[in-house]
Design a protein around this ligand. Sequence first.
Ligand code: MFK
Length: 615
Amino acid sequence: MIANKTTTNVPIYRLRNIICSTSTRMSSSDYKHAKTGKFTQPAPVLENPFTSDPILSRALKRLIPQQEFVKVSTDLTKFGERIVNEIDQLGHEAEIQPPQIQQFDAWGNRIDKLIVAPAWNRLKEISAEEGLISIGYDKSTDPEYRRLHQMSKLYMFHPASGLVTCPLAMTDGAAKTIDELKLGEKFPECKEAFERLTSRDPQNAWTSGQWMTEKGGGSDVGGGTDTYAEKVDGSNYTLHGYKWFSSAIDADMSLTLARSIENGQVQTGSRGLSLFYLRVRNNGQLNGLQMMRLKNKLGTRQLPTAELLLDGVKAIKVSEEGRGVPSIANMLNITRVHNAIASVAGMRRIVSLARDYSTRRIAFGNTLYKWPLHLKVLADLEIKTRAGLLLTLESTRLLGKQEGGRSSEQESLLLRLITPIAKLHTGKVCVPAISEGIECFGGQGYIEDTGLPGILRDTQVTAIWEGTTNVLSLDVLRVFATTKFAAAKAFADRIKEIISKAKNGDEKLQKTGEALENALNQLLGTLKTAQKSSDFPQNLQRGARDISMTMGNIYSGALLTEFAAHPDAFDNDREVAYRYCVNQKLATISLNSFDSSNDSIDKSIVFENYKASKL
Ligand code: MFK
């Protein structure tokens, strides 16, 4: 605590307690320690990510029936110990031994040998053993709850996984696509693939790639895909093209998009794309592709991401002609949930380490956590992390309900809407939050071998991967349009249901509910007015991000409120919900968001002092 300012005359900006200013006797044996190096700092200690998480276990207990919960919680506790004692070290080893490609042998033969860290391979084996994909498809468990089990496990695993969670996301997405489109019934290759993608046997298990991105377009897939498919016979094709960002190229198979050539013609745009299944290797040899180079990335350096030349890849067309984008959307909607998990998991990791460090590090005569200024930063981070976790668990809950065949119409609409919102909101919030968390370690946060900078580097991608914030905001508008705003109504109904729970609570909870209600009214009112504008629906595009972020804020705040309104809630839960909803502006939307007269002003601001002749 800051010492009594009036009696000690310590200025307000000085943290040191006056007691520390007294002189201390030093013997020569004390200061000679300098020569033998007593200069160490306390390192933060990783705790079991399940048992040390303030809300995960309590949240799952409310979402999963008792009998299932006991099994899930036993598995997660055990897995948490394995993370601390084994997996985290492997993740670190994967980080410091990034992958390489050896393209030629000594004699000039093209070999394209991918070299990955032994730890990377071990982490993939552990993923299979632990059922990180298979849990989501395990027919012996209740389908409604297995996604909650799986995603909680991935949330714990992600920060320790050396980014093996990336291929796991794509593997899950591929399994889901095969399952959803019943590809196993049509193609024996896909039946085998599904069994292997969801296998717990490391010797048998496969991972999948998701090759969508080309030089012409990461976001604009329809406009930018220049991979062509030449028919061999039936559904068999050869693919010719160049994939610009292909994550985890040590995959066994991939799903990809290409344009079929029919009578020497191809159809341009999104409607010309079909979905193809391919094996990366046939009989140990690369299947008509070359690894051109590994990407030199800001982060995720553990992950072998490459440019691939597809030069006669044997592939099977698994979608109807021209239905590639809606088919691969099955994959996207799963990998986007994984992406949200990764964003929140990164936040949880840094908050957990910063919390521990604050009990060990002494500065200005006190352990860090005793300084209110530091504690407040940690509390703010903790609140954001809880909000992100609940939002992600909500999308997981809804996914489980749908897969279990128990979704109401409202819940199906909500799932479609919350998937892009959870992805974009957590992806956007986690970067500054993790940056703040890094700062909690002072200079040590900037030192590579503490392992801390990697957390920040690896998180920046979650705002970009699987669709940038703007692309995901446009997906929210796509959901509005395709459901004729029924999804927006489902959202409003869900929030109102939570607000009514808050109204029955104590004074703090009531105020929290009022803040939510005000924000919801502002969102709905603004949307309604925007719909009456003569340039509707084009005007919505300008405000897409404000709409999506506002919805993310409101949904997160509502979920914290619902958590706090539960009969078993703690005082802290009510305080957290209150602070999230009352102490910040949830609705960042206004009519200004949609006003197209701002376009020319934006342009003028952005391009001031720029070579105007270029525009
Ligand atoms: C640890 C975490 C790891 C995370 C994963 C790591 C791996 C990362 C690897 C990658 O980053 S892979 C690259 C990811 N790329 C993207 O996410 C692409 C981003 N761009 C988009 O999402 C665009 O919005 C999109 C390509 C989908 C736009 O395509 P279109 O064809 O211009 O959209 P259009 O015409 O609106 O929709 C075509 C059809 O698809 C429509 O169906 P119908 O034809 O039946 O009407 C849409 O309704 C449907 N659709 C589009 N998005 C959908 C969807 N359906 C369901 N869900 C969606 N999300």
